[in-house]
Design a protein around this ligand. Structure first.
Ligand code: ATP
Ligand code: MG
Length: 271
């Protein structure tokens, strides 16, 4: 006999296409966002403004935004957070990670389908992640997929059908090549996502992830970092590390409870 539970289970199984896309976004922000510096809030606030613009302005049915910064600075997580907080009915992540082994034409088809799907929703946001990897950019040559580039340029310029609005948030860790490729003009706005360069920001992260149980140990670690020269304010000689890398160093250091602070400092010095 079919009962109410079976019915509810069946409903769960029919996850709507939009719901699936939402999970992709959630996956890249699993580790959460640590508000280690004012700049993090500033970036998210800017993102919110673009979301609001797309939602409310009838004059700008298409807005494209580029998040750029060094590897691991948190671009993907921030783009996904912006997209998710829009709560638009269509939210989708276009990631090279999901296109491993795709031919050029399969990539073009996948990207085009995402945009075509978005045009069915009144409000959409698409995160186009790691553009240089989507383009298969290699500095040797240099080489890249011109077919994918042309596809992206056309889609980034194409106004959605009447009554439809779309926000595109792209990310790249190779900002300069987008200029070389003539792609940077495709963006309405750009936001830089910087690495962590100040000790207070680093300390904030360490506190948040509770690497050290004892506050004295944290204090000692911070002093060691100053002695190691990381207190310098300029990015070249001072600290210069993406949040992604920092979190992975933290997790490595956590594996052994002895001298966590020292091992952290050593890892940072070895970068
Ligand atoms: P890549 O250059 O390799 O593409 P990325 O710049 O896209 O890297 P992410 O993949 O977004 O970096 O990695 C950032 C990681 O740090 C994520 O796991 C994210 O959850 C975590 N994180 C914590 N705090 C922040 C923050 N304030 N901003 C961004 N990411 C954060
Ligand atoms: Mg990324």
């Amino acid at each position: 006999r079919v009962n109410r539970n079976d019915f509810m289970n069946a409903l769960d199984e029919v996850t709507p296409a939009f719901g699936v896309a939402k999970e992709e976004l959630e996956q890249v922000i699993q580790n959460g966002i640590i508000h280690f510096d004012q700049v993090v809030d500033d970036i998210l606030r800017s993102g919110q403004l673009f979301v609001d613009q797309v939602r409310t302005s009838t004059r700008t049915p298409l807005v494209s935004l580029l998040l750029h910064g060094p590897p691991g600075s948190g671009k993907t997580a921030l783009a996904a957070t912006m997209a998710q907080s829009s709560d638009f009915p269509f939210m989708k992540l276009v990631s090279p990670d999901d296109m491993v082994g795709f031919s050029e034409s399969q990539k073009v088809a996948a990207i085009s389908k995402t945009f075509a799907d978005s045009y069915k929703s009144p409000l959409s946001v698409i995160v186009v992640d790691s553009v240089e990897r989507l383009l298969d950019f290699t500095p040797i040559g240099p080489r890249f997929s011109n077919t994918v580039l042309q596809t992206l340029m056309v889609l980034f310029a194409k106004r959605p059908p009447k009554g439809r609005r779309l926000l595109i948030i792209a990310t790249t860790s190779l900002r300069p090549i987008l200029t070389d490729l003539g792609f940077s003009e495709s963006f309405d706005s750009e936001i830089r996502v910087p690495p962590i360069s100040k000790l207070p920001a680093l300390q904030h992260v360490l506190e948040e992830v509770e690497l050290m149980k004892d506050p004295r140990e944290l204090k000692q670690t911070m002093q060691m970092l100053v002695q190691a020269g990381f207190g310098s304010q300029d990015d070249v000689n001072g600290l210069n590390i993406g949040i992604k890398k920092l979190l992975s160093i933290v997790e490595m250091a956590r594996q052994e409870p002895e001298n966590v602070g020292e091992r952290l400092v050593t890892s940072l010095m070895g970068l």
